[in-house]
Design a protein around this ligand. Structure first.
Ligand SMILES: Nc1ncnc2c1ncn2[C@@H]1O[C@H](COP(=O)(O)OP(=O)(O)OP(=O)(O)O)[C@@H](O)[C@H]1O
Ligand SMILES: [Mg+2]
Length: 339
């Protein structure tokens, strides 16, 4: 196998036992390369020390401390940090877990190809944070991230790049909130997202968990099925719609990660905001990764108020915020001497 030298990013060539980082070739010792290969075959999973020892030193008796020296070598090669790891996490007294971009390399593709697919100039750190969140969601810890930034700072470019680079097993839904009257209709952006849903058996999920929502997408059902659904939805109250939506999202994010992107939630209708506040508190959608892009509070044009996302969600760490700063700092205004 021949792996070409990448222009940037990070890749690992297990045959040559070499890490490429930002164009620099970093050779690994055979044991360090074997550990990295072994972790990469088990992305996002905690690999216990005993398992690692048995796999890498099948014929020798080595203390778990013996692994540390190679983890140190790998961290140095990957540019990782033990205190705030973005690639190799130490799980206290248990073992190690590979997270971040290297955990998403598809074995069928060259590592370089995958890493470069999720590149966006100036947004490497943000993409790494999003990748770490994706890992957490994959491990069953729901993630809700608010991506805040001024008009035109690059919110859409970042979420689109991230979604385009998501591994094939991740289901992606995207909806956008609009300032227009129509865009403020209840759940407009959620309906837009669900309308393009390609999750296998989505109709079955809809009919089973959310008949009121199924009726919002009549084209997906036959006239006979619609008649049955209507008979089940005599009580189409806002509370029932909210509960059914949460149950639907929880059902479709049970086996695979659901990357749900809601764009421009500063324009969101109150039903959509209720949904975000509610799903965050229920904590049942374990593999949900919800990203909401938003203008920072206080940046809306005069006369518009920001929708309410419960501050408690941030205080209790049920949601997190990533603030996008401009790539090129705006020039300082140097005022002349007042006349
Ligand atoms: N990292 C980047 N490098 C180069 N160009 C970028 C980058 N991010 C965004 N852009 C460009 O900047 C412009 C604005 O980006 P984008 O639409 O993503 O911003 P936004 O924050 O979503 O804007 P809005 O507030 O209007 O929704 C686009 O032309 C986009 O291609
Ligand atoms: Mg945008």
């Amino acid at each position: 196998m021949q792996v070409s030298k990448p222009a940037g990013g990070l890749s690992f060539d297990p045959i040559q036992r070499v890490v490429w980082r930002d164009g620099i070739r970093i050779p690994l010792t055979p044991k360090a390369a074997a550990i990295l290969s072994y972790l990469m075959e088990r992305p996002g999973r905690v690999v216990p020390n005993a398992q690692l020892l048995k796999a890498i030193w099948p014929d020798a008796f080595i203390q778990p401390e013996g692994i540390k020296v190679y983890i140190f070598e790998l961290r140095r090669a990957l540019g990782d940090n033990a205190k705030q790891p973005i690639h190799i996490q130490s799980i206290s007294r248990r073992g190690y877990r590979l997270v971040g971009p290297l955990a998403h390399l598809d074995a069928r593709k060259s590592p370089t190809e995958v890493i470069e697919n999720v590149d966006l100039p100036g947004r490497k750190n943000e993409l790494q944070v999003l990748n770490a969140c994706l890992d957490e969601a994959r491990n069953g810890v729901m993630q809700i991230v608010f991506l805040d930034g001024e008009f035109g700072v690059g919110k859409t470019a970042l979420v689109e790049t991230f979604a385009d680079g998501a591994p094939p097993d991740v289901h992606v839904l995207t909806g956008r909130c609009y300032l227009t009257e129509g865009g403020r209709k209840p759940y407009y952006s959620v309906l837009e997202a669900l309308g393009s849903c390609r999750v296998p058996n989505f109709q079955r999920f809809l009919a089973r968990h959310s008949p009121t929502w199924a009726l919002q997408m009549p084209a997906r059902f036959s006239p006979e099925e619609l008649t049955v659904l209507r008979s089940q939805t005599l009580n189409m109250t806002p509370a029932a719609m909210l509960r059914e939506l949460c149950e639907l999202i929880e059902a479709i994010s049970q086996t695979n990660v659901l990357l749900f992107i809601l764009e421009d939630v500063h324009w969101a209708d109150s039903a959509t905001l209720d949904f975000v506040n509610t799903i965050a508190r229920r904590r049942h959608a374990e593999k949900l990764f919800l990203i909401c892009t938003s203008l920072p509070a206080g940046s809306l044009p005069t006369g518009h108020s920001h929708g309410i996302i419960d501050r408690e969600l941030f205080v209790k760490s049920l949601c997190r915020r990533i603030e996008l700063t401009p790539l090129i700092p705006a020039p300082r205004l140097t005022g002349g001497t007042p006349a």
